[in-house]
Design a binder for this molecule. Structure first.
Ligand SMILES: [Zn+2]
Length: 244
């Protein structure tokens, strides 16, 4: 349906189709700022996790296929509201800047190695999910990249996902490309591309800088315009190019 509307707009020209930057980008739906920033009540689906319907259905199909191969895909985190992300950010800010006595900007830089500034998390969209293999016994934190490497408990999960996740339109966001800036490598964070690509495109059409400058939470008083611009470039946009 979306593809048809794109073709109509491009005047049925082969040239128009050749300009499509990505195989999913014909879904040029508009999303509200509230929806993109985790502040809207959206319909969510899933047993023990929460995602948009299409993403949830594709996830269940992927989970079923993996189960047949001996991998028990388990969601650790899925949809997250603005309020939830703000609580995570503030808890970390408190720990680093207040308890550990780090300088505010150093504390913020440490937070954004793995955690987003509230309002900018892809988990706000209901399209992204953090996954592990629930059949493996693990001690300590589960979302640690070494656990997904050779010899680690989630090695088989990662190999299966590398081979199969794209068949279900799920892509890693924060890849291990050493040239990538922004968030560190997250072998657990997957995104449902048919929805998250148009959502990122919609988010980019908003004035993200202005939106972030309006927000107030612990630590946000230290955000400068330059910091936010770099954050948008590195942390929001320097991701797996297949998701742009
Ligand atoms: Zn994540």
């Amino acid at each position: 349906m979306h593809r048809r509307s794109f073709i109509q707009k491009s005047g049925l020209s082969g040239l128009g189709l050749a300009l499509i930057p990505s195989i999913f980008s014909f879904q040029d739906i508009e999303y509200s700022v509230l929806e993109l920033m985790g502040k809207a009540n959206i319909d969510l689906y899933g047993n023990g996790y929460q995602m948009r319907k299409e993403a949830q259905e594709a996830f269940e199909a992927m989970r079923k296929a993996a189960y047949g191969a001996g991998i028990d895909i388990k969601p650790v985190s899925s949809f997250r509201s603005f309020a939830r992300q703000a609580a995570i950010f503030e808890r970390k800010y408190e720990r680093y800047a207040i308890e550990d006595g780090m300088k505010p900007l150093d504390a913020i830089d440490k937070i954004i190695e793995y955690s987003t500034i509230p309002g900018t998390s892809r988990h706000h969209w209901g399209t992204d999910i953090d996954l592990i293999d629930g059949s493996k016994k693990v001690s300590g934190d589960v979302l640690v990249s070494e656990k997904f490497e050779a010899g680690g408990p989630f090695e088989d999960f990662k190999l299966w996902m590398d081979e199969n996740s794209k068949k279900f339109d799920y892509y890693l966001v924060y890849t291990d490309n050493p040239k990538r800036r922004g968030f560190k490598y997250e072998p657990w964070h997957y995104s449902y591309a048919p929805l998250s690509i148009p959502m990122l495109a919609a988010f980019r059409r908003k004035n993200i800088l202005q939106l972030l400058e309006q927000e107030e939470f612990l630590g946000s008083e230290h955000f400068t315009t330059g910091f936010i611009k770099t954050y948008i470039q590195d942390n929001i946009l320097d991701i797996n190019p297949e998701l742009l």
